[in-house]
Design a protein around this ligand. Sequence first.
Ligand SMILES: *[C@@H]1O[C@H](CO)[C@@H](O)[C@H](O)[C@H]1NC(C)=O
Length: 442
Amino acid sequence: MANISTIYKLSFLAFTYFIQVYGTSCPVLECWFVQEKPGRGGGFPAAMIQEKSLLYINTDPESEQTKSQQGPSADISHDRVYYITDPAAILCSSSLHPPEGSVHKPQCEINPFMPQPSTVQWAVPLTDSAHSPIYLQADWYSAALQGLDGQLALSSVMRAPTATKEPTVVLSVSSRTPLVRSRLGEPVVLDCGFWAETSSPLSGSGFTVEWRYQFRGDGRLVLAYDGKTDRFAETKEKGAGLDFTALHETGNASLILQEAEVRHTGTYICTVYLPYLLAQVAVELEIVEPPSLSIFPSPLPLSVPGQVVKVQCEASGFFPLSLEFYWELTGPDGKVRPLGQGSVTGHRQGPDNTYSQTTRLELDSAKLDLGRGGEVTCVAVHPGGTRRARVTLNVIGVNGPSIEDSMAMVAVALGLYGLIKIVSWTFSSGSDDTNSQEKKVK
Ligand SMILES: *[C@@H]1O[C@H](CO)[C@@H](O)[C@H](O)[C@H]1NC(C)=O
């Protein structure tokens, strides 16, 4: 006995320490109670009742602590105050509890919930028997919450003995990554996990996990796994899977995509079914791939004042289609001059659905102050990152010949001299040959 009380004391100390250090006690949650207005229907769009609500969270079913907390403020009806027991403590997650005075608030909505046998093919086996257990006769609620800074999406189904307003969480489905960004070709994990109250008669008789994909009205089943019969539904999806060990051991239902492709962009809905219950969260996947730049021609030809040099820059392999170009000239003195965006072509889409786009620039030393040239840089700004490509522009013969210009001219002169020499050799030796042939013929 003494040992046990020591353990209690220690864990109490640890708990207090935890609260002091991390501040993850379970403060009250402000929530909206949303319900369809009864007595309508018959072709009318359903009207909604929306009322402010307070959720007191307790993690220990034995504890009466929460009820001694301060009462609700004046604008909240006594009927809309709930004392929730969440043994998994997911409702205590720090992302649902902003610091005092914070402008941003987590989102919370609680609705009445109606348990019913699932009609989804892969979840039907969960409710084989035609009888609904008496356990279902209670007040059921579902709560949907979004944490701060996109750190958590949570959906919980709760059961309260009739008219008690004291629900206990029976099923929670949550994602720690409601928004995922990935580059192309990388493996992607879309986080989803579930927790089921083991003392509930509905847990232990199997579960089903379903991942659906949605994008602009287009939807498809990505994967469905019936944990009761350990079977997969047939889908056309390639390269998507679950970690079964983790699923059965810890309720980790994360979707693993082997290689991110553009077509994966969209919303994924993770639904977990228990007999008569379901809860779901949405995970958004964004594919963001910055462009590769190439500049042409490279190197640029030497130019003289008055000459127009055309240069183009191609950005390829990027996604999404959101790109801005601009050009810059960095002079020998290090000064950067903007050269505008050039003339940008329409985009093209490749077989992998990534985009490419080109900008063309005319470097006209008569119109632009190019000085003696410098580094011409093409800059492409994309949500995936900014990319640059450079090429050197040499304008010769500006402001009287400088040393470099003279050297360049000498080089050109030497080159020309060499060329003339070669040509004359070729011609003279050629004529020698014809001479000798003529001699032979003679
Ligand atoms: C769930 O599984 C995925 C993929 O195996 C892993 O990346 C993730 O960390 C797991 N989540 C938890 C909470 O263990």
